[in-house]
Design a protein around this ligand. Structure first.
Ligand code: NAG
Ligand code: NAG
Length: 221
C-alpha cells in the first residue's frame, strides 16, 4: 500500500513538473496542460471597428502630453493621447458594442507620423466577456494597412500572440474623427471555462513530504 501511495505521488510530481526545482534558477518545470485547465492552442479571428473621436462633447482620445513644440506641425513627436474607444461590430457607432479599447497612442517618430500604440481590447460579449487582448506596436497611420503585434491576453486569451491589421475605414479631417477596422488574428491556449462565474484561483498541490509546491498559475475549476 505505501508503495502505491508513493507511486501515485511520484506520478503526480511528474505530471506537474517535468523538472525538479534544483537548478537554482527558479525554474519549476513544464506544467501539464490538463492540470492547469488549459486546452491546446486555437486560432481566432475577430473583426471590429474602433472609433477615434478627438473633438465634441464625448471625445474618445484625449491628449495628455503635448508634442515637443518643434514637431507640432510635422510629426507631433512626443504627443501622447489616452484612449478609451468603443469597439463596434459595424462601422457605425450605433451598431452593436462588443468591447472597448483602452490604452494610449504616442507619437514616436521625429521624421514621419508613426504612433506607438499600447492597447487593451476588453471584450464584453458572449464567452469573451471579461477577457482582454493586448496589442503593442507601431502604427504608421497613413499606410493603407498597418500591422501591430498582439503580445498577450487574459481570460480565454491566455498565452495569446498574433497580429492585428488596422485599416482606416473613414477619416474626417475637419473633426479628426477616424473609424478604423481591426482584424485581429491570434493564437491562444483557451482556458477550459466550465464555470464562468468562478474566480481564478491558485492551485495548491501537497506532496507527501515537504515542501508544498505552489503553482502560481491560476486556473478556473
Ligand atoms: C506646440 O504645442 C505646444 C503645446 O501644445 C504649444 O505650447 C506651442 O506653442 C506649440 N508650438 C507651435 C510652434 O505651434
Ligand atoms: C459581462 O460581464 C459583466 C460582469 O460579469 C456583466 O455585468 C455583464 O452583464 C456581462 N455582459 C454581457 C453582455 O453578458
Amino acid at each position: 500500500m505505501p508503495d502505491k501511495v508513493f507511486i501515485f505521488f511520484f506520478l503526480l510530481i511528474l505530471s506537474v513538473t517535468s523538472a525538479r526545482a534544483e537548478d537554482g534558477t527558479g525554474y519549476m518545470g513544464s506544467p501539464n496542460h490538463k492540470l492547469l485547465g488549459l486546452k491546446r492552442e486555437t486560432l481566432s479571428h475577430f473583426r471590429f471597428y474602433c472609433h477615434d473621436i478627438l473633438t465634441g462633447t464625448n471625445p474618445t482620445a484625449i491628449q495628455i502630453v503635448p508634442a515637443v513644440p518643434q514637431f507640432n506641425k510635422t510629426t507631433w513627436f512626443g504627443l501622447v493621447r489616452m484612449v478609451d474607444i468603443p469597439l463596434t461590430l459595424e462601422p457605425e457607432l450605433s451598431s452593436k458594442l462588443v468591447g472597448r479599447g483602452e490604452g494610449f497612442y504616442a507619437s514616436g517618430s521625429q521624421t514621419e507620423l508613426n504612433l506607438l500604440v499600447v492597447m487593451n481590447f476588453a471584450l464584453t460579449q458572449g464567452k469573451y466577456n471579461g477577457s482582454t487582448i493586448t496589442m503593442l506596436g507601431r502604427n504608421k497611420v497613413f499606410s493603407e494597412v498597418r500591422e501591430l503585434p498582439v503580445i498577450g491576453g487574459s481570460g480565454v486569451f491566455r498565452f495569446a500572440r498574433g497580429y492585428a491589421l488596422a485599416r482606416t475605414h473613414t477619416f474626417d479631417p475637419n473633426t479628426m474623427e477616424a473609424v478604423v477596422e481591426y482584424n485581429v488574428v491570434l493564437s491562444s491556449t483557451t482556458a477550459q471555462n466550465k464555470n464562468k462565474n468562478s474566480k481564478p484561483k491558485l492551485v495548491l498541490i501537497k506532496l507527501p513530504t515537504k515542501p508544498t509546491i505552489v503553482l502560481s498559475s491560476d486556473i478556473r475549476s
